[in-house]
Design a protein around this ligand. Structure first.
Ligand code: ADP
Ligand code: MG
Length: 151
C-alpha cells in the first residue's frame, strides 16, 4: 500500500495472517494520523491491539520498540512528524472502576488538539470516550489470523 489516506481505512475490514501483517497495517494507518486524532481499540487479550500499536508507532516515525508494560498505563512518545508533537499510547487493561479512570488526567489528553492518542481497552473510558474518534475492533479468528475492523 503506498500513500494511504484515512478513507482507505474507514469502514473497512482487514484480515491479517500473522503479527507482521498486523504491524504493517498499523504502520500504514499511523501515517494517516494527524494531531487531535483519538483512536480507540477494542478486543480480547491477545487479539493484536499492542501488535497493531507497534506498527502505528513505526508509521509515526517512532524508532523505539513499543512494549506493553504491565504497570504503565500511559506512555508518551515525542514525534517529529505528522504535524503533531506527542503520541500517547494508553492501555486500560488494568483499570477497574471509573474511580481509577478519573485520576489519570485523560480528559486533557483525549480532548487535546495537539497530540495523537491510541487507547487499548477503550470501552473502559465510558463517559470519557470522545464523540469524535476512530474505532478499531480486533477479533481472534484462529492462531495467527485476526480480523481488524475500522469504523
Ligand atoms: P493485545 O494487545 O490485544 O492483548 P497483543 O498484540 O499483545 O494483543 O498480542 C497478540 C499476540 O498474538 C502476539 O503474541 C502476536 O505475536 C500473536 N499474533 C499471531 N497472529 C497475529 C496477527 N495476525 N495479528 C496480531 N498478532 C498476532
Ligand atoms: Mg495489549
Amino acid at each position: 500500500m503506498n500513500k494511504s489516506r484515512k478513507k482507505d481505512f474507514f469502514n473497512k475490514v482487514f484480515i491479517t495472517n500473522n503479527a507482521k501483517e498486523t504491524q504493517s497495517l498499523g504502520e500504514n494507518f499511523g501515517k494517516v494520523l494527524r494531531r487531535g486524532n483519538v483512536v480507540c481499540l477494542y478486543g480480547d487479550l491477545g487479539s493484536g491491539k499492542t501488535t497493531f500499536v507497534q506498527g502505528v508507532a513505526r508509521g509515526l516515525g517512532i524508532k523505539k520498540k513499543i512494549i506493553s508494560p504491565t504497570f504503565i498505563i500511559i506512555k508518551l512518545y515525542k514525534l517529529k512528524t505528522q504535524n503533531s508533537k506527542l503520541f500517547y499510547h494508553i492501555d486500560l487493561y488494568r483499570i477497574e472502576g471509573s474511580k481509577d479512570i478519573e485520576g489519570l488526567g485523560l480528559e486533557e489528553i483525549l480532548n487535546g488538539k495537539e497530540s495523537i492518542a491510541i487507547i487499548e481497552w477503550a470501552e473502559k473510558l465510558k463517559n470519557l470516550m470522545p464523540a469524535k474518534r476512530i474505532d478499531i475492533k480486533f477479533l481472534y479468528e484462529k492462531e495467527n489470523v485476526r480480523k481488524v475492523t475500522f469504523s
